[in-house]
Design a protein around this ligand. Structure first.
Ligand code: 8BR
Ligand code: ZN
Ligand code: ZN
Length: 372
């Protein structure tokens, strides 16, 4: 009998393969993928979609350059942010890919559209400092000065993304025709800028109007843009549409980031923003308000458009019931255990990346004896 020697590297690769087999599940747990991959959920979700959509064939994008790019983007997310880090980006990308590949929507999109979505999701909070636009403006942060207080973070994310494309080793748009590059640029910038919640109600009413009058026409680029902007907006706040056990982790993570900002505001003698004072914030009330005013109407509008988010709405209602019962109990919100990931260098898994990603399903069947 041969003794199979597995180094930790092999065990990790096998676990990633097994997890990715389930990545078309809308409630796939990217936090778990991040733990298992030692901090590389964004890299693996992006690379999996790249292979699934075969962008190498359809767009001529070099897969090696794409992986290089994903590593670069992942690295630009601040791990010190409890919420706005690369796990959130992976979560948003995963949700967005789900939304645009259900209910016949994928057939109405070109590879350029889908690629734009992948890029926009990956970079939509790139280099996020962990503070809100309002804070950057009030504290006269250099970013607020640079972008004239207008969608400061969103302009920063998009502009920083395009700075990466200036470096040939990361330029995934290199092999494309000029008009393809311009098209993708227009879509990506539009999608990232649309994540500024300051314009949420404007986007929502525009979308609802088009859906209710059945007047969305994908031959018109503006209509397509509107739909994809809304898909990214839905994805950006998808965490409350996850099953309660997962959703509660995200709530804790965003509230912790809010409280850090509140601490900064206090230390600087600034007024503490709403829901950011760790000593007085009513977390259930904050989440209930966010569900009722933002997430539920948003998902209902997507539900009126596409038949893919029934389960999301059920989860939203379950989460609403959860926060309602916590609010009524009057008890403090119990802290939950969330694993803190030690990020390993991406190089650590490099030899396995291509095998892991090349048709994960097929590979996992053979994986029993692969590592002998
Ligand atoms: P960004 O991810 O682009 O920051 O947009 C989402 C914003 O919605 C957050 O910054 C935050 O202001 C608000 N929000 C609240 Br309140 N609760 C949230 C939650 N559970 N998940 C996501 N966003 C939330
Ligand atoms: Zn954002
Ligand atoms: Zn975001």
């Amino acid at each position: 009998q041969t003794i199979v020697k597995q180094s930790p590297k092999h065990i990790i690769a096998t676990q990633i393969i097994q997890l990715l087999d389930d990545y078309t599940n809308p409630f796939f747990d990217v936090i778990q993928l991040d733990v298992v991959s030692e901090g590389h959920a964004l890299f693996y979700v992006g690379s999996r979609i790249f292979q699934d959509q075969d962008f190498q064939s359809s767009l001529g994008t070099n897969e090696r350059v794409f992986r290089h790019f994903m590593g670069k983007i992942e690295n630009g997310y601040e791990r010190g942010n409890t919420y706005h880090n690369s796990i959130h980006a992976a979560d948003v990308m995963h949700c967005l890919f789900y939304l645009i590949t259900r209910d016949g929507l994928r057939d109405k999109l070109t590879p350029e559209d889908v690629f734009s979505c992948v890029i926009a999701a990956a970079a939509h909070d790139y280099m996020h400092p962990g503070f809100t636009n309002a804070f950057l403006i009030a504290s006269k942060n250099p970013l607020a000065l640079r972008y004239n207080d207008q969608s400061v973070l969103e302009h920063f994310h998009a502009a920083s993304l395009y700075e990466i494309f200036q470096m040939p080793e990361y330029d995934i748009l290199d092999g494309l025709e000029k008009d393809q590059r311009l098209y993708i640029r227009e879509m990506v910038i539009s999608m990232i800028l649309a994540t500024d919640m300051a314009y949420h109600f404007e986007w929502l009413s525009k979308f609802k109007n088009k859906v209710s009058t059945n007047s969305l026409n994908f031959d018109n680029q503006n209509d397509k843009k509107l739909v994809l902007n809304m898909a990214l907006k839905c994805s950006d706040v998808n965490n409350l549409t996850k099953p309660p056990a997962i959703s509660r982790m995200w709530t804790q993570l965003i509230m912790d980031e809010f409280f850090k900002q509140g601490d900064q505001e206090k230390a600087r003698g600034m007024p503490i923003s709403m829901f950011m004072d760790r000593n007085s914030t009513d977390i259930p009330k904050c989440q209930l308000g966010f569900i009722d005013y933002i997430v539920l109407p948003l998902y209902e509008s997507w539900h009126a458009y596409s038949n893919a988010v029934k389960g999301h709405i059920d989860n939203l209602l379950a989460n609403k019931a959860h926060w309602k019962s916590v609010a009524e109990s009057g008890n403090p919100v119990p802290r939950i255990q969330i694993p803190v990931v030690q990020v390993s260098p991406l190089r650590f898994l490099e030899h396995h990346n291509s095998k892991v990603l090349r048709g994960a399903t097929q590979f996992s069947r053979k994986s029993t004896n692969y590592y002998k």
